[in-house]
Design a protein around this ligand. Structure first.
Ligand code: GLN
Length: 547
């Protein structure tokens, strides 16, 4: 049976609970334990799939097709453990399950209440797969005291009582604000936050304290005393230069030791931190810099393309070079020539997105990259736009476009080179969709196989003839344009196993121009950079040496 670590937050949000959880997972792995990480989100959306990236940042997709919180991306990047559908849940999902059971009459006439019905549903979720790993790390979204979060806090309290003594611990992350006028770190907000936690029956075992400044011994002792935790369990979480420093930094501060002590695991197995030392070496000792433009729509919020930013960093680490990614709003190119904007970059990436806004600008960015022979990586929408660009400017389909935009406009303006996919094969079964389907959870989601053409650039990059990557899209490049486009040099070099769905296109007479219908960024890790990003950065590096 797994031991459970519950990670909660207090004082303010955005303290990096997801990162702390991920780093703790990595540290427990470094000591030889197996881990799984989970996120419990108090919001009422059933999943983040329908939320705008401006609201909630990127939607992270799992192999088994769940649309989840971006923290699951951190978990995967730090532990390498592929997240599953059962690693992410929201209040919305919990309530929807409870109401479904109620409608089916499964509660046998009982009055449905938060305790026990909602809390039981949460506890059942927590228990899934508890015989598979040594440690289950469960992060509760939001901060203690949030109205929506209460059932989750109540459920983890009960869960720890249901389990044998010593099987569950609580780690609470808070902030020590620094008051510059008096030059002091303030402990009072942390004391209040712990008090709040204790008032709902949870006594933290470990306190992880974010602060801009080193925490003096006196303050640590005060916190230990007033918050009723052991002195060694008051752990500093200092500000870091890069997120990948977290495992080494938190280890130095004693986080993993404090957690193992709280479980009474003694003697604790020695950690092997070679992986993280190598990661830091590649980051800190990188030589030179390549500049990559990310031309997209959600450029105001960096979290909207979190995994892409990270995957580019990993690509840089593979080449021991720094990657400077700059976000360029594609709408600019609908008014202005892209050349002055893009000329200084060594590579261009057009990421995924939804809706028509900004797409004409993406098409122009793809054209610029193709004509100027600048490395281009088109991801999902970025591939679709590259295909539309080639259709218009190479294959003579002047009004080539995507059905996605016509659906929005309600009139037919484009010849649909990219169409609304309504039927496809997943493993052994056929999936069907209608235009009138719900928006949530109905895209082509999760891992699918693609077969790579012999002699193609992608086959070289992957070093393999078959790959598996994660998808999240409703529209698809129409295979009927294949011959026409291939005749103009746009090779359909990756296809679904049944040969019906174009998964990858590449421009033949170009140093590096690849569009992929899937999201390779979701599978990249600092210690295992994704081959597409590693090679994209390598190609950018070559360009940078030419100029
Ligand atoms: N909007 C496009 C589609 O649904 C692309 C989606 C994406 O980029 N993730 O097919």
């Amino acid at each position: 049976m797994a031991r459970y670590v519950f990670i909660t937050g207090g004082v303010v949000s955005s303290l990096g609970k997801g990162l702390a959880s991920a780093a703790l997972g990595a540290l427990l792995q470094a000591r030889g334990f197996t881990v799984r990480l989970r996120k419990l989100d108090p919001y009422l959306n059933v999943d983040p799939g329908t939320m705008s990236p401006f609201e909630h940042g990127e939607v992270f997709v799992t192999d088994d097709g769940a649309e989840t919180d971006l923290d699951l991306g951190h978990y995967e990047r730090f532990t390498g453990v592929a997240a599953r559908k059962t690693d992410s849940v929201s209040s919305g999902r919990i309530y929807s399950n409870v109401l479904e059971k109620e409608r089916k009459g499964l509660y046998l006439g009982k009055t449905i209440q938060v305790v026990p019905h909602v809390t039981n549903e949460i506890k059942d979720f927590l228990a899934i797969g508890d015989d598979e790993v040594d440690f289950m790390l469960c992060e509760i979204g939001g901060t203690v005291g949030d109205i929506e979060g209460l059932p989750f806090f109540e459920a983890i309290r009960q869960f720890s009582q249901d389990r044998p003594r010593g099987q569950c611990i609580f780690v609470h992350l808070t902030l020590l604000p620094y008051i510059s006028a008096s030059g002091e770190l303030k402990t009072k907000p942390t004391q209040h936050s712990v008090k709040e936690l204790r008032s709902i029956g949870i006594a933290p075992d470990v306190l992880l304290l974010r602060s801009e400044h080193p925490i003096p011994v006196k303050e640590r002792e005060k916190i230990a005393l007033f918050c009723n935790v052991r002195r060694d369990a008051v752990v500093a979480a200092p500000d870091l230069k890069t997120i990948y420093e977290a495992p080494l930094a938190y280890h130095r501060e004693g986080l993993d030791q404090a957690v193992l002590d709280a479980f009474g695991i003694s003697p604790a197995p020695k950690p092997n931190l070679d992986r993280w030392e190598d990661v830091m070496d590649r980051l800190v000792n990188a030589e030179g810099e390549v500049k990559v433009a990310i031309v997209g729509k959600y450029t105001q919020l960096e979290d909207a393309y979190k995994s892409i930013a990270e995957a580019l960093t990993h690509g840089g680490m593979a080449n021991r070079v720094r990657v400077r990614a700059e976000w360029v709003d594609s709408e600019i190119f609908e008014r202005e020539d892209p050349a002055p904007w893009l000329e200084g970059f060594h590579a261009i990436c057009v990421p995924g997105g939804f809706g028509e806004r900004g797409t004409e600008g993406m098409i122009r960015a793809a054209q610029f990259a193709r004509e100027r022979k600048i490395p281009y990586l088109g991801i999902c929408l970025g591939m679709q736009m590259a295909v539309i660009e080639a259709s218009r400017n190479l294959a003579g389909v002047a009004n080539a476009g995507s059905e996605e935009f016509d659906h929005e406009a309600g009139v037919k303006r484009f010849e649909p080179v990219v169409y609304h996919l309504k039927e496809w094969v997943q493993g052994n079964h056929r999936v069907e969709r209608k235009v009138t389907d719900d928006k949530g959870g109905t895209m082509r989601l999760g891992a699918y196989t693609a077969m790579l053409a012999e002699g193609s650039n992608v086959a070289r990059v992957y070093g393999s003839a078959a790959i598996e990557e994660r998808h999240r899209h409703r529209y698809e490049v129409d295979i009927r344009y294949r011959d026409k486009l291939e005749g103009c040099g746009l090779w359909f070099s990756g296809m679904s196993p049944d040969g019906r769905l174009p998964e990858i296109v590449e421009v033949k007479d170009h140093p590096w121009f690849i569009g992929v219908q899937f999201h390779p960024e979701l599978k990249s890790k600092p210690f295992a950079p994704h081959p597409l990003f590693a090679d994209f950065v390598r190609a950018a590096l070559e360009i940078s040496r030419l100029v």
